[in-house]
Design a protein around this ligand. Structure first.
Ligand code: C2E
Ligand code: SIN
Ligand code: SIN
Ligand code: FE
Ligand code: FE
Length: 372
């Protein structure tokens, strides 16, 4: 069969890595392939983190985060832009820490491809097998078309998110400099949210995709503020009751913008897209039911919105706003603690407090600089 036929055939009915992996396991010489995974690269922090893993349930290496600089062989791979085979991770001394992690999870050999966009590293695609020497030239040539499809799946996933982000950025730019929320607020708040999600990942069995999408969608939580007049949004003092009522409408405006955008772009089918809707629609709900606009409580509020609420308020408190001075971190942490179980989901607060040192690192790194 021609390569194109092969790819069309496989793409037909294959929508994700798990299904692709199943398909590959159906090919006798490749049946012992145990894992396909994608890690995404964050150039800002030089961090690599898992994004999609075909082993899902068992998820042996999920929630993996590493500084790319600490894995020299991957740095070299990104530079060379080409693939790499490791026949036996036992003999492979390149990245001792990293290789040990893989060995601990029963992997003996690996095939790794960097995902590049031009010169920019997007991430890596990993294939692993439990036997040493699995990735022979024969097997690699059989695997090749599937590797291309895996690469396509990875790139498409990342592109979908980029498309949504680009659309929203456009919406935000239309509202130009009027918004008091800078790019760094959004960056910090999304990163705090990701820390919380990472802390909850084990007990709540959250996938790496969940954690990654939470991070990518969180900056859109207040997109509805574009519909709020300057006289309210930029008011230097406290809002009176009617003004606050108008301000609260940013949630519903945001929900409408997101839902319209998803419909326009035909993105309703994107996995985890409901998280975007949930973050925008429910980030001002409170654990005890006292929030707005719906007055939901506890588990009725989607987890991603409970997480975003803690992250958003912490950053709002520790930032200058036209209507208030920044609080100290100690005051803001104390506020989160006080509001455990009333305003906030206690588990989300706990997870954030556990990572206080990293919160402060993010804060220092993404200090107020430019106005978006
Ligand atoms: P924001 O500034 O991003 O604040 C997000 C949330 O952080 C607020 O939601 C609130 O829960 C918390 N927060 C922020 N600053 C303070 C504070 O000084 N004390 C306390 N206890 N909590 C604080 P909320 O109240 O629903 O407000 C939503 C948005 O409405 C705010 O987003 C802000 O844009 C605007 N807003 C709220 N209050 C005022 C105000 O007094 N004056 C002006 N000009 N805008 C306000
Ligand atoms: C993983 O994909 O689970 C780990 C990523 C890596 O090994 O770098
Ligand atoms: C490596 O082979 O160094 C990375 C492979 C993986 O993380 O799965
Ligand atoms: Fe908001
Ligand atoms: Fe905010």
């Amino acid at each position: 069969m021609s390569l194109k036929g092969e790819i069309d055939g496989v793409m037909d009915g294959v929508v994700n890595l798990v299904e692709l992996h199943d398909r590959i396991k159906g090919i006798a010489p490749l049946s012992a392939l145990t894992r396909i995974a994608v890690a995404v690269y964050d150039p800002e922090r030089d961090m690599l983190r898992t994004f999609i893993d075909s082993t899902m349930g068992e998820c042996p290496l999920s929630h993996y985060v590493a500084r790319l600089g600490d894995v020299p062989s991957l740095v070299a791979l990104a530079r060379a832009g080409g693939p790499r085979v490791v026949d036996d991770l036992k003999d492979y001394v390149g990245d001792s820490e990293h290789s040990r992690k893989l060995l601990d999870h029963g992997y003996r050999s690996s095939y790794t491809l960097p995902l590049m966009q031009g010169d920019a590293l997007q991430g890596f695609l990993f294939f692993n097998a439990a036997t040493p020497g699995f990735f022979t030239p024969e097997r690699l040539s059989q695997l090749w078309p599937y590797a291309q499809i895996a690469r396509l799946i990875a790139v498409l996933e990342l592109d979908k998110i980029r498309l949504i982000q680009a659309a929203v950025k456009t919406v935000r730019q239309i509202s130009y400099h009027r918004d008091e929320e800078t790019g760094s607020h959004l960056e910090r708040m999304s990163r705090y949210g990701r820390l919380i999600a990472e802390g909850l990942a084990e007990p709540y069995r959250l996938s790496d995709e969940y954690v990654e999408f939470l991070y990518r969608f969180s900056p859109l939580h207040d997109v509805g503020k574009v519909a709020i007049p300057d006289s309210i949004l930029l008011k230097p003092g406290p809002l009176d009751a009617p003004e606050y009522a108008l301000m609260q409408a940013h949630v519903d405006k945001g929900r409408q913008i997101i839902d319209m955008m998803l419909k326009e772009f035909g993105m309703g089918q994107v996995p985890h897209i409901d998280m975007l809707h949930n973050i925008v629609a429910y980030h001002h709900e409170c654990w005890d039911g006292s929030g707005y606009p719906y007055g939901l409580s506890g588990d009725q509020i989607p987890l991603e919105a409970r997480i975003a609420a803690v992250a958003d308020v912490f950053d709002a408190l520790t930032s200058n706003r036209p209507y208030k001075k920044a609080w100290s971190n100690a005051e803001a942490f104390a506020y989160l603690r006080d509001m455990r179980g009333s305003k906030f989901d206690p588990a989300c607060v706990e997870a954030m407090l556990q990572r206080a040192a990293e919160v402060e690192e993010i804060q220092a790194h993404f200090a107020e600089t430019i106005h978006d």
